[in-house]
Design a protein around this ligand. Structure first.
Ligand code: FAD
Length: 635
């Protein structure tokens, strides 16, 4: 017997069985979660899942068949959103038994809502370059970092999160995958308003967010493999269909709650049809505008709709392969590219048909708002879930067997190769939760009073452990009686980066936990400047006498006992003052107080022409000092 005949027989048997079960079990009044509990308990919620985990161990195509049967009688199906499509299948494949027992059922019933915390400001396409850090702390993980573009994070109870747990290994190997409870103090969700005026995604700031140790998914450091499972589900995620409950006339509680759930869900995704291009509207709109006979418009519409039809057939081949439990061939990978192409072509046809009116949100036609939204939404189609370029790389690597894209950082420890994102002093000053820190000379500094010398030493040990785990090391010093000084910078970029910011937050939280008090006005730095018309002539002398290193032309003590000496070029050497002056760099919010104090103590203001970058002062003998800050400097 041919296999498709066997399958047809099996399909009708499955339909019959689920229909019989539904006739008894479907209850429009029981309530949404209770109904889904029943569905899940019977294994009909996810029939292709294993019996041990709420399924029936049936072929993948039975999911579609059961969904059709549910729709036919107006019964409510499984929840929409990242829980069902991303989190649950990933937990099923990689989660511990304890995690699966705890989280799968409420995800399948819709009692738990999920979001995906993967992308970061510096890690989207290159997701493995992420820098959000999770540090082990007893039976918890402490997470610091920033995520972005996180759809529905503002509704979510739980997040699937990837974070770096090891900086000393190559980038893909140092990532772990977690389930993060969203309702906690360390998680701040800020909506992002898009250019189409919707706000469906967010930036999420993680500051000492806590994750129970048991919420690690897969092995420590194996997060990339787990994340690939999620990304696979995301890329093959079919268009979302709005559930219909018109197969019955029930206004029972189950249906009412399902309608509310769907409304809430689609409030976030209301612009997604427009994002996909609304090719379905072009013919009608061309007619409405009297352009249906225009030869160019007709030609463009025909071109668009032929492409739509061809890509639907390609998608159908992919779906058929999946339904048969086979891995789709090239058609699986081309679907996402085709969707981007449809969106782009549709937008261009809509623009052709609507003309300038396409820019009006409140034009004379009811559809004007839709067209305007299409024009500003379709760009997202080729970015979400992986960009077109990345999808083409995947096609090149996996389908065409082309050589992999060269990558310099695949084998090297991530901490060594990380392309840290530079953070400027003004940007740093605008960041939250960093009150302990001040920017001085390319790095950030904090000073804490721990209460006693042993407490200060203990804080240093705690910071050292966190730094070692993050593979990013600050300057640390203990000063009698109880001070801890911390300086952080990214040496590879010779300045401040987002990695420093993450470490600074970790240090602050350790200091807080140790009961230390912060004194942000106290950090300062001394440099010595020598006026010269020829630095090369005198530099060797200063290098020798200080046993220093030449760093960008300045004399630096590698062991940092001595201040840096730098050479200030001058064409005409002044005779009425010393050729050496001191630069005292202070916190920006301390500078004016310091200048005032120096003047009150008998000093003289030589010039404030360069303030707030620096004030030049002199003592009563004419010895000069500059009080410097990071402010008002041209980069
Ligand atoms: C509607 C929408 C919803 C989203 N929802 C979520 C969510 O819920 N959770 C989440 O974590 N993220 C989400 N994202 C983020 C999405 O995954 C990223 O935007 C996407 O992966 C691209 O990353 P990026 O924005 O950092 O761009 P970049 O990676 O910075 O890319 C910029 C440009 O460079 C190109 N490029 C980058 N690398 C290469 C390369 N190697 N070869 C050729 N070209 C390259 C890209 O194709 C792109 O054109 C969402 C995005 C959108 C638009």
């Amino acid at each position: 017997m041919r296999s498709d005949t066997v399958e047809a027989m099996e399909e009708s048997a499955v339909r019959k069985e689920v229909r019989t079960w539904l006739a008894d079990a479907w209850d429009a009044d029981i309530g949404l979660v209770a109904w889904r509990e029943r569905l899940v308990e019977a294994g009909w919620g996810v029939p292709s899942w294993p019996r041990a985990w709420f399924g029936r161990g049936l072929p993948v195509w039975t999911d579609r068949v059961v969904a059709e049967e549910l729709r036919a009688v107006g019964a409510v199906g499984m929840p929409l959103g990242a829980g069902m499509t991303l989190a649950a299948p990933t937990l099923l494949q990689h989660g511990s038994d304890e995690l699966r027992a705890r989280l799968l059922r409420p995800s399948l019933t819709g009692a738990l809502r999920w979001c995906q915390l993967f992308s970061e400001p510096g890690a989207g396409s290159d997701l493995a370059g992420l820098t959000t850090t999770a540090v082990s702390d007893g039976d918890e993980w402490v997470v610091n970092g920033q995520k972005v573009w996180n759809t529905s994070a503002h509704h979510a109870d739980m997040a699937i999160l990837v974070a770096r747990t090891d900086w000393a290994v190559p980038k893909h190997a140092g990532i772990s995958y977690f389930v993060l409870p969203m309702h906690q103090q360390g998680v701040e969700v800020r909506p992002i308003v898009q250019m189409n005026r919707h706000a469906s995604f967010n930036e999420v700031f993680l500051t000492d967010a806590r994750i129970p140790a048991a919420n690690l998914v897969g092995d420590l450091g194996d997060g990339w493999r787990v994340a690939r499972t999620t990304l696979h589900h995301e890329r093959s995620f079919a268009t979302m269909r709005r559930p219909r409950f018109d197969g019955n006339d029930s206004t029972g509680r189950t249906v009412r709650e399902a309608i509310v759930e769907a409304e809430e869900h689609f409030a976030t995704y209301v612009w997604y049809p427009q994002r996909a291009g609304r090719a379905d509207l072009v013919v009608e709109l061309a007619r409405t505008r009297g352009l249906a006979n225009h030869p160019v418009v007709r030609q463009e519409i025909a071109r668009l709709l032929s492409f739509v039809r061809a890509s639907e057939w390609t998608a159908a081949r992919g779906q058929a392969a999946r339904a048969l439990g086979r891995t789709p061939g090239p058609e699986g990978s081309l679907g996402k590219l085709a969707a981007s192409e449809v969106a782009r072509r549709s937008a261009s046809v809509h623009a052709l048909v609507a003309g300038a009116q396409g820019m009006l949100r409140d034009g004379p036609l009811a559809t004007d708002a839709i067209v305007a939204e299409v024009l500003v939404s379709t760009v997202a189609q080729s970015i979400a879930g992986g960009t077109d370029e990345i999808q083409r790389n995947i096609v090149g690597d996996n389908i065409l067997g082309l050589p992999r894209e060269p990558s310099a950082d695949r084998e090297t420890p991530f901490g060594d190769t990380m392309r840290a994102r530079v953070v400027s002093a003004p940007e740093f000053a605008s960041l939250d939760e960093l009150d302990d820190w001040r920017f001085l000379l390319g790095g950030i500094h904090a000073e804490f009073r721990a209460g006693s010398f042993p407490a200060a030493a203990a804080l240093v040990v705690a910071i050292a452990d966190a730094a070692e785990a993050a593979d990013h090391h600050p300057e640390l010093a203990v000063r009698y009686p109880d001070r801890v000084r911390v300086g952080i910078t990214t040496h590879v970029i010779g300045g401040l980066s987002d990695v420093d910011v993450t470490l600074a937050r970790t240090v602050s939280s350790l200091a807080r936990a140790a009961g230390a008090t912060s004194e942000p006005a106290t950090p300062q730095s001394l440099e010595i400047a020598i006026d010269t018309d020829d630095a090369d002539r005198i530099r060797p002398f200063w290098l020798a006498v200080c046993n220093g290193h030449d760093v960008d032309g300045a004399v630096a003590d590698p062991l940092r006992h001595l201040p840096t000496i730098w050479f200030q070029h001058t064409d005409e050497l002044r005779t009425q003052r010393n050729r050496i002056h001191l630069d005292v760099t202070v916190p920006h919010d301390e500078a004016e107080r310091r200048v005032a104090a120096a003047l009150a103590a008998g000093g003289r203001l030589v010039t404030d022409h360069f303030a707030r970058a620096f004030w030049v002062l002199a003592d009563a003998d004419g010895n000069e000092v500059c009080v410097c800050t990071w402010q008002d400097r041209t980069p």
